[in-house]
Design a protein around this ligand. Structure first.
Ligand code: F0G
Length: 437
């Protein structure tokens, strides 16, 4: 099947070979995306093909990304694939979280079950496989922590050298530790994510770095399969709403592309509404969507949020995200630090757990139900993007009443659960446990 890169701008649509090393359109500067000449007749057999592959123990079929490879046919040689058995993330029913949000039922698609603990692995297996195909040896990314953890793992697994650029002091230790352990050259830059990304985009070619931020169209291809795996797990029933956090806006672009393409080839008969949730201190897309217009996007100069994964003021993928919201009749919501912290604790109490940025999903759903955008009996899937263990420091502070907003305001530990110091005394401990019965 023919695959190619194409400029995302409707006014341009210039095409480039699929093996071009490009991150934006040389003609107009627009974002690029991978495109294919779909064969809709062949697509009618994909559902059965993909389901049957689950019975196959080979590495390729055990990947929850490459099992769906007919939907991402940009490689000519599957021998170039680098996989850590990514994807395969569960759909988890969460009655407690549903009740908190005011819904009859709520299901989470938990991307934190990935090999490096976030949804980035879905995209990185594709980005690194493309790097191998292109013969690249040095790969780089700017990251709020999860992309760097994922890229470091996949690059090292492939024998490539990872170089990560991180905003100094603004990523969680869990994520920083992953980059170190997976062997990345780790550069902590004294600037914020947006500033570092602008700088690294300028130097990438000169430094011989193949860039694996979500401006890389192949990352988006892999993250598309989150949508495909979700509806496969739902036996091809399409939810009314799919809700996720938004930072650089690559993930909602990818999940949206997944649904739009499944619709185009006839795998699904309708589209869900896509909802994106931003943290109030880093919400340029929320502001933009109040009165969207070409050229009307205003970055936030100094984004702030304790959900450091989404501490981004100038998201590169906003044109793609805007298109997804237009085409799915979607919305953007914004939530406060307190709302994120409480939603996160509720997800924990449900026995599920996630990192702060992911909890924006539940906080956003709750708001969208309260303002009647989402109806209580709607079928809602919330995407949890990262694992609970990514940011233990935040958790400890919340439960011990020490968490403060970036502005220094205390956050109330509504669902706090302090550790208790006890003496090694049997009677005292038994006495304490008796009260629990
Ligand atoms: N949730 C988590 C846990 C993330 O790490 C990110 C982004 C997002 C949500 C937002 O996704 O950027 O596609 O809108 N993390 C990036 C990183 C920026 O560098 O790890 P997005």
């Amino acid at each position: 099947m023919r695959s190619y890169l194409v400029c995302f701008r409707d006014s341009c649509r210039e095409e480039y070979p699929i093996d071009s090393v490009l991150y934006q359109c040389p003609k107009c500067g627009g974002l690029l995306e991978a495109a294919y000449c779909w064969d809709c007749t062949a697509a009618s057999g994909w559902k059965a093909l993909w389901r049957n592959r689950r019975l196959d123990n080979s590495a390729l079929e055990q990947s929850g990304v490459w099992r769906y490879r007919e939907s991402i046919p940009f490689l000519e040689d599957v021998g170039q694939i680098v996989s850590l058995r990514e994807g395969n993330t569960p759909l988890l029913a969460a009655p407690l979280a549903a009740q908190y949000a005011g819904l009859d039922a709520l299901t989470f698609k938990h991307q934190g079950f990935n090999p490096t603990g976030s949804f980035k692995d879905n995209g990185m297996t594709c980005g690194i496989s493309q790097a191998v195909r292109l013969g690249k040896t040095l790969v780089g990314c700017v990251s709020t922590g999860n992309t760097s953890a994922s890229m470091a793992a996949y690059a090292s697994a492939a024998g490539l050298k990872p170089v990560v650029f991180l905003p100094h002091g603004n990523i969680s230790f869990g994520k920083l530790s992953q980059a170190l352990e997976y062997g990345a050259l780790t550069l902590q830059v004294h600037a914020n994510f947006d500033q570092i990304l602008a700088f690294v985009r300028q130097i990438a070619d000169r430094a011989g770095l193949y860039l694996l931020n979500s401006i890389n169209p192949f990352r988006i291809e892999g993250q598309k399969t989150i949508a495909i795996e979700m509806v496969d797990q739902l036996d091809w029933r399409v939810p009314d709403w799919v809700v996720m956090p938004g930072g650089n806006l690559g993930n909602c672009s990818a999940i949206g592309k997944g649904f739009l393409e499944m619709h185009e080839v006839g795998l699904i008969g309708r589209l869900p509404h896509i909802a994106v949730v931003q943290s109030a201190g880093s919400a340029p897309f929320f502001e933009f969507m109040k009165a969207p217009s070409e050229g009307g996007f205003r970055p936030v100069e100094s984004p702030e949020t304790l959900a450091t994964a989404i501490r981004i003021g100038d998201p590169v993928s906003w044109p793609k995200a805007w298109s997804v919201l237009r085409r799915t009749n979607g919305v953007v919501e914004r939530v406060s630090e307190q709302e994120i912290a409480d939603a996160k604790a509720v997800i924990g109490r449900a026995g599920i757990g996630c990192e702060p940025a992911s909890a924006a999903t539940l906080a956003g759903i709750r708001k969208l139900v309260a303002n009647h955008t989402i109806q209580p009996d709607d079928h809602v899937v919330g995407v949890l993007t990262g694992n609970l263990l990514k940011d233990p420091d935040y958790i400890y502070r919340y439960h011990t009443g020490q968490l403060k907003t970036p502005g220094g305001e205390p956050i109330t530990s509504t669902y706090g659960n302090r550790p208790i110091d006890v003496a090694a005394n049997a009677d005292a401990v038994v006495g304490m446990l008796e009260k629990l019965q």
